[in-house]
Design a protein around this ligand. Structure first.
Ligand SMILES: Cc1cc2nc3c(=O)[nH]c(=O)nc-3n(C[C@H](O)[C@H](O)[C@H](O)COP(=O)(O)O)c2cc1C
Length: 185
């Protein structure tokens, strides 16, 4: 099963990076699959540790999908890493194996610590819609403009029906970003 997470990693100088990643979930092992051109990949190769943050805060997903924001964090307990302040729960992991044969690498990690911070508040169509919009925003080069704009229209309906302030703000940010990227302003 793939779980949508925010993976935080550190570079050799200790600079924190945060990126949305769909990870293959397991209790003992988690497989992170970053493209080789991502900062997440480069950091995992160099520092061989990460924190897999689980949160229902889609505003964090939207921002980190399209930019490199600096979110508030606290130090991880078992690895050299950073736990997001607005995390519900998290896993601290160390790299066991890197398979870089494909452009999208497979990095098998071992869970060395589990943490819990607050309740993950249930499923919601607007939050799901923002996640889908964030994925589309990272793939504007691969899909026809028409497809992306149509999808955004469809997803906006779900945000309007069931979203709160955070989901509206996140969707607005992503919409502005894709319009600029596609030259559709
Ligand atoms: C929900 C979601 C899941 C994603 N999953 C992955 C993934 O598994 N692998 C990947 O390389 N990019 C994935 N992306 C895209 C990256 O988050 C995006 O390319 C990001 O800019 C990479 O950041 P980085 O260069 O700071 O590591 C995902 C995006 C979203 C919104």
């Amino acid at each position: 099963m793939i779980i949508e997470s925010l993976v935080t990693t550190l570079d050799a100088q200790g600079q924190i990076n945060c990126a949305p990643m769909g990870v293959e979930w397991g209790e003992e092992h988690i497989v992170i699959k970053p493209y080789q051109d991502t900062t997440t990949y480069r950091n995992l190769v160099v520092t061989r540790a990460a924190v897999v943050n689980l949160t229902d805060n889609v505003w964090l997903f939207a921002q980190s999908a399209i930019s490199h924001p600096v979110f508030p964090t606290r130090p991880a307990l078992a690895v050299r890493g950073a736990v997001l302040q607005d995390v519900c729960s998290w896993r601290e992991v160390v790299v066991e194996e890197i398979d870089a044969q494909q452009e999208r690498a497979r990095i098998t990690t071992r869970v060395v610590h589990r943490g819990f911070s607050r309740e993950f508040l249930g499923f919601n169509r607007a939050r799901h819609a923002v996640l889908e919009a964030a994925i589309l925003a990272t793939r504007t080069r691969f899909f026809p403009t028409e497809h992306i704009l149509n999808e955004f229209k469809r997803l906006q309906v779900l945000v309007d029906k069931t979203g709160g302030a955070q989901e509206h703000k996140a969707m607005a940010l992503l919409t502005e970003y894709v319009r600029k990227e596609l030259g559709a302003v």
